[in-house]
Design a protein around this ligand. Structure first.
Ligand code: NAP
Length: 500
């Protein structure tokens, strides 16, 4: 895969890029049943990108029927594991070959810097799909210790028809985190991308079809969350929904399940992740790089964004100087420029929400040290400066609510216990990081933090082999990535035999 592209090559590729605009149902491109469309907007310049099918309940029904048919026929669900693996690996090859195209789709529609989509999102997407593909013929079921006359197998079977609903901040990557294990386990899927970023998901389905996935196994239905997303979640013939998105919509999904067929619901939700820096942290320059990256990577539109910096009081000033220097060095602007590290926010509405939080921070008494404003208005895009607030109290809105933008709040502590208390004093529990050279403290604090992923002396979400998901209001019932993700797309069955 090309990892370094210059701006001219990118422009040339964009000129040739064809954005897929139809749903993908039962192996075919398909307009919405009523012909309606919706139009994702390029957040870097406010211009429309393409008219995309805005699907209806009827389209959802059709996709679910196709998925059910494929599942019952067994063309995928009962395919020999080694054959399923072969098709998945062909799919992986195609995704890898089309990585630049998929990266451009996500950068254009989500405003993500191209160096991130090409350098991080797509390699991670390929690695995730490949890891799950390779797992298909390496899993064993179990027998139970039931004595000689009652052999008993405990087997895992695919669940059936699985709805996948994903957000706009990592469009192709979030789809892959769910598709990889769901398809590898033998399910049929109906994927709903976010309204702003449907292109890479539709393209993935076309590539899977090209790789030999049978019709009906992988369907993509673009459209409004309140129509398409809700119809998938309320459908009586969907066995499971895996969702990544906001905590607010996650709550609704539980209601939909309760009021329909009690389908399994897996929720990956928001966060307000702490970064704790102790005075004995190794190399404050390096820590500052990690802190800036955790807070501002992907414009802070990142579920595991390290939006609360909790720093030991006696190193605060030294660290802050370095963080500010780091952030000032980040080029802001056109996401298609390979040098850019901060692009626009996803929509104008979201930008105003972030600006409102910045106003609230000042009104509640925090001190704005850096940024705080909308910038680059002449582009027609929705850019906000990287913003840092000092003297934040943990009761303030900027410390408690997920802003989902480039806003970092600074708080201080004196003792380890205070740091842990502050870090855990949140409704969320997705990720946390801590910096210290004391290995015993690292272990103690990592175990005390209530978060799904804790990184020590770095900012990391782990890799494809490690589970990712949240405690508290950051998630429910499951994990993305790793063997744990695979298992959640299966049902456990006990087969008890009486030997005659
Ligand atoms: P969102 O508003 O909750 O939307 C997520 C998805 O749900 C979109 O596809 C959306 O469709 C759909 N949706 C909206 N209303 C729905 C409904 N009533 N029924 C079913 N589906 C519905 O979240 P977002 O703004 O796209 O994404 C940001 C959130 O995602 C943040 O809170 C972030 O922390 C979280 N996130 C979590 C993780 C994780 O791994 N924990 C990873 C990434 C992001 P439309 O686009 O058509 O509205």
């Amino acid at each position: 895969m090309t990892t370094k592209l210059d701006q001219n090559t990118i422009r040339a590729k964009i000129a040739k890029l064809s954005l897929p605009t139809l749903a993908f149902i039962d192996g075919k491109d398909s307009p919405s049943s009523d012909g309606n469309t919706q139009c994702p907007i390029n957040p870097a310049n406010g211009r429309p990108l393409a008219q995309v099918a805005a699907c209806t309940h009827q389209d959802v029904d059709r996709a679910i029927q196709a998925a059910r048919r494929a599942f019952e026929q067994g063309c995928w669900s009962r395919l020999h594991p080694s054959d399923r693996k072969k098709v998945m690996l062909k799919f992986v090859d195609l995704v890898e070959k089309h990585s630049t195209e998929l990266a451009l789709m996500d950068s254009l529609s989500a405003g993500k810097p191209i160096s991130d989509t090409i350098g991080i999102d797509l390699p991670d997407t390929v690695a995730c799909l490949q890891w799950h593909a390779e797992l298909v013929d390496k899993l064993y079921d179990k027998t139970a210790p039931t004595g000689l006359s009652n052999p008993c197998m405990i087997v895992r079977e695919p669940i059936g028809v699985v709805g996948l609903i994903v957000p706009w901040n990592f469009p192709v990557q979030m789809a892959a985190w769910k598709l990889g294990p769901a398809l590898a386990a033998g399910n049929s899927v109906v994927l709903k991308p976010a309204s702003q970023t449907p292109f890479s998901a539709i393209r993935l389905a076309q590539l899977a079809w090209q790789a030999g996935l049978p019709p009906g196994v992988f369907n993509v239905i673009p459209g409004e969350g309140s129509t398409v997303g809700k119809a998938i979640c309320c459908h009586m013939d969907v066995d499971m929904v895996a969702f990544t998105g906001s905590t607010e919509i996650g709550r609704q999904l539980l209601r939909y399940s309760a009021h329909s067929n009690l389908k399994r619901v897996i929720l990956e939700l928001g966060g307000k992740s702490p970064q704790i820096v102790f005075a004995d942290a190794p190399d404050l320059d390096l820590v500052a790089q990690h802190v800036a990256n955790a807070a501002f990577w992907n414009m802070g539109e990142n579920c595991s964004c390290g939006s609360r910096l909790i720093v030991q009081a006696n190193v605060k000033d030294e660290l802050l100087q370095r963080v500010i220097k780091q952030v000032r060095s980040w080029p802001v602007g056109d996401p298609l420029d390979p040098k850019t590290r901060l692009g626009p926010l996803i929509t104008s509405a979201h930008m105003y929400k972030v600006l409102d939080y910045i106003t609230a921070g000042t009104q509640e008494g925090a001190r704005c040290l850096l940024g705080g404003n909308q910038i680059l208005q002449d582009t027609g895009g929705w850019f906000v400066e990287a913003t840092i607030f000092d003297q934040v109290q943990n009761h303030m809105r900027i410390a408690r609510e997920e802003i989902f933008g480039p806003v970092l709040s600074i708080m201080t502590f004196d003792t380890e216990d205070q740091a842990i208390r502050l870090a855990n004093d949140t409704n969320y529990g997705l990720a946390a990081s801590l910096y210290t050279t004391d290995i015993s403290r690292a272990n103690r604090v990592a175990r005390a933090l209530r978060a799904g992923t804790v990184s020590v002396n770095c900012y990391s979400e782990g890799d494809v082999t490690t589970p990712f998901g949240g405690f508290k209001e950051s998630g429910l019932f499951g994990r993305d990535k790793s063997i744990y993700a695979h298992l959640q797309y299966t049902e456990l069955k006990t087969i008890w035999m009486q030997l005659l």
